[in-house]
Write a protein that binds this ligand. Structure first.
Ligand code: BV8
Length: 233
């Protein structure tokens, strides 16, 4: 990777697929069995908090059964070794990048293992269920005791996290790499245009052509556990 100093890597559900986590938009993906409007909007949380918690509690529980794969490990190695700026921006709410050792990491859509208290606005690490066994019996916030926890997840219609840091990294990037994402959700889907407008080269690594494939300088198609270690090597 001659002439490259600063790298931004965007990851999506495809990088965790071979660890055993479902993607969203596949025929058997998460959005085929759950409606976004029922589980992933602020209105859904206000209308039926128990249903939203059931959806995210089940996904949080899955994390105990899965491990980072060769693609997460390859990115963690690159992160550890790369002397220039590097930022892994993940849309994923799983914790597989950090369990592989990735450190320069932003969870732009939040994290399953984080709870956000709507009473004190604090965040707490969270491992078990956040839902209640019976109505009104919600677990208390570890910081303030209020029973007002929500998943620390960016729902549709909410502002993704750390956008200023991400936009600054995109503006400096010499290389933008998109891995395992369909390019269906904004603002992440627009990062390739932002990086290219600032002069970065752009590379897509995905199982199949995505919505934005034509926007990339280069595309390689195949499973992330093969493509990512080969690219990093
Ligand atoms: C916002 C929560 C500002 C966590 C998620 C511009 C135009 C049109 C609409 C909009 C726009 N800007 C904003 C919007 C609205 C909306 C949006 O984008 N709508 C779309 C659907 C049109 N965006 C928002 O609401 C965002 N917020 O813009 O804020 C604002 C705020 C207030 C008022 C005004 C403005 C917030 C978006 C966040 C939504 N939260 N999830 C969770 O439950 O997990 S999004 C959800 O989709 C997930 O987070 C997921 O990460 C994300 C992206 O999906 P992918 O990761 O790409 O997964 P997908 O299944 O689609 O694709 C997988 C890919 O992997 C496939 O291509 C497949 O081929 C590939 N693959 C599979 N296996 C492998 C593989 N690749 C390699 N190897 C394999 N083995």
């Amino acid at each position: 990777m001659h002439d490259i100093q600063n790298i931004v890597i965007l990851t999506g559900a495809g990088i965790s697929a071979e660890s055993g986590l479902e993607t969203f938009r596949a025929a058997d993906g998460l959005w085929a069995s759950h409606r976004i409007e029922d589980v992933c909007t602020p209105e859904a949380l206000a209308r039926d908090r128990a249903l939203v918690h059931r959806f995210y509690d089940a996904r949080r529980a899955q994390l105990d059964a899965v491990s980072p794969n060769a693609a997460h490990h390859a990115l963690a190695r690159l992160d550890a070794d790369w002397p220039g700026d590097l930022l892994i921006v993940t849309q994923n709410v799983d914790d597989l990048h950090e369990r592989a050792g990735g450190a320069r990491l932003v969870h732009m859509h939040g994290a399953l293992r984080s709870a956000w208290c709507l009473a004190c606005d604090g965040r707490s690490e969270w491992h078990g269920p956040m839902g209640a066994a019976q109505a009104g019996d919600w677990p208390p916030c570890p910081a303030c005791g209020a029973r007002a926890l929500r998943p620390d997840i960016v729902f549709f219609g909410e502002m993704p996290y750390q956008m200023e840091r991400i936009e600054a990294a995109l503006a400096r990037a010499d290389l933008f790499v998109s891995i395992g994402t369909s390019g269906a959700v904004y603002p992440a889907a627009g990062f390739v245009r932002v990086a290219a407008a600032h002069g970065a080269r752009t590379l897509e690594l995905n199982l199949e052509p995505s919505a934005g494939s034509g926007l990339f300088d280069d595309s390689r198609f195949g499973p992330a556990t093969e493509l990512v270690p080969t690219w990093v090597a």
